[in-house]
Design a protein around this ligand. Structure first.
Ligand SMILES: *Cc1c(COP(=O)(O)O)cnc(C)c1O
Length: 399
């Protein structure tokens, strides 16, 4: 029996059973639904994409997986080279792993060990943001600030190794003033905090963060597991402000197979590169660099470039703004739009009770959580389909 995620198994309703999927559509036995969630924000090219299918099938014919311990292969080499060109600055060193949470763990381990390798044992602290989400493993829960994980706080008490601040420059400056020589990193979801409630903040915060990190020798980590590959309307937020470590996941493989990468800058890589074996990065997920995942990721990046996905995302943002122009309701706290993400935050979570079923009746799969009704559609969505998603969101308030 399946134990489903984030659900009270005793009270959860029956999940929709999907028997086929193609383009932006999920098919149940009875109907087709536009996936406005893109399977947790990952399926940017839609389902059953012929070229992605072909890339994976071709690789299956050679081999599906060999480990990177003592072995290497062309798909992993080609993907690391592709990312090196595709990513800004000197983000050139790719450490692969099987999920976003693990890739964030790797980033945090890199940041800690970077200083330990220099004999600096004081820098054990992480500066992170309020409402942050970085994954479900223990260190990422600790770095995160998600209400759903407060049972961890209750069990262990507040962490002495993590400080959470709001996305305000003053709070940032105060935290650096107070903790700078104990911090190894500042970890952020840049511009858009996803699971913490689709919260959006200004790039000026990140610019100031970059300056302070440089001033105090603290590593800046961007968790772009959700924001990477265009979601914010930028290819990567790292195109605007360059971090020392960048984490990608979710859309990396076009949502085909779980895979992620932690990309280090030259400076970070050099902090491990010497004759001492104890200075090596001690990490190695079994399925890192999986050949099917790498083949899918390579094809996904090719499509992203060749089909000019950035213009598709600009179109999604423009249509979203047009459709939600002037939309207000006394139950709505705020409407937020950024790139390929739209969120309607309501004042009371009870307002969204029943919305999933309502949307389903109108041919849209949606998965609101807490006070947030949102859409993060596949980038290949047609205008009429996007209008259908947005009209469904508005219609809920016009009943
Ligand atoms: C989803 C997500 C993760 C975790 O990725 P998994 O592949 O689910 O482990 C980490 N960080 C952010 C910002 C995410 O949105």
């Amino acid at each position: 029996m399946i134990w489903y995620p984030y659900q009270q198994m005793k009270t959860m309703g029956a999940p929709y059973e999907i028997i086929d999927a193609s383009g932006v559509y999920l098919y149940t036995r009875e109907q087709k639904l536009i996936d406005s969630v893109s399977s947790w924000w990952s399926v940017i090219h839609g389902y059953k994409h012929p070229e992605l299918n072909e890339a994976i099938t071709a690789q299956v014919g050679r081999f599906s997986h060999v480990m990177l311990g003592g072995l290497t292969h062309e798909p992993a080499q080609a993907l690391s080279q592709r990312l090196e060109q595709f990513l800004p600055g000197d983000l050139d060193y790719c450490f692969f792993s099987d999920s976003g949470s693990v890739a964030v763990e790797v980033a945090l381990k890199m940041a800690l060990q970077y200083y330990m390798n220099q004999g600096d044992t004081r820098r054990t602290m992480i500066l992170a943001l309020e409402h942050a989400y970085h994954g479900d493993t223990f260190k990422t829960m600790e770095a995160g600030d998600d209400e759903d994980y407060h049972f961890v706080l209750n069990a262990y008490g507040p962490s002495p190794h993590v400080v959470h601040i709001p996305t305000r420059i003053q709070a940032l400056e105060e935290a650096f003033g107070r903790y700078h020589n104990r911090l190894n990193c500042l970890l952020v979801e840049p511009l858009l905090q996803g699971a913490g409630g689709m919260r959006m903040y200004d790039v000026s915060f990140l610019k100031r963060a970059r300056e302070l990190c440089d001033q105090y020798g603290v590593l800046l980590i961007f968790d772009e597991v959700a924001t990477g590959f265009g979601r914010t309307g930028n290819r990567f937020v790292a195109d605007l402000v360059l971090p020392d470590i960048l984490v990608l996941g979710k859309a990396l493989t076009g949502g085909y197979i779980g895979h992620a990468v932690t990309v280090a800058s030259q400076k970070v890589y050099q902090g491990f590169y010497d004759d001492d074996p104890a200075h090596a990065l001690m990490h190695g997920p079994t399925f890192m660099g999986n050949a099917l995942a790498c083949s899918a990721a390579l094809k996904s990046i090719e499509l992203f470039e060749r089909e000019d996905y950035m213009s598709k995302i600009r179109r999604i943002e423009a249509v979203t703004r047009r459709e939600l122009e002037g939309f207000t309701d006394p139950r709505v706290k705020e409407v937020r739009i950024m790139g390929g993400c739209v969120c309607v935050e309501v004042l009371d979570p009870a307002v969204l009770q029943g919305y999933q079923q309502f949307a389903c009746q109108r041919g849209v799969f949606s998965r609101p959580f807490l006070n947030y009704m949102y859409a993060m559609v596949p980038y290949v969505i047609q205008e009429e389909e996007l209008v259908q998603v947005l009209s469904t969101m508005k219609a809920w308030f016009q009943r």
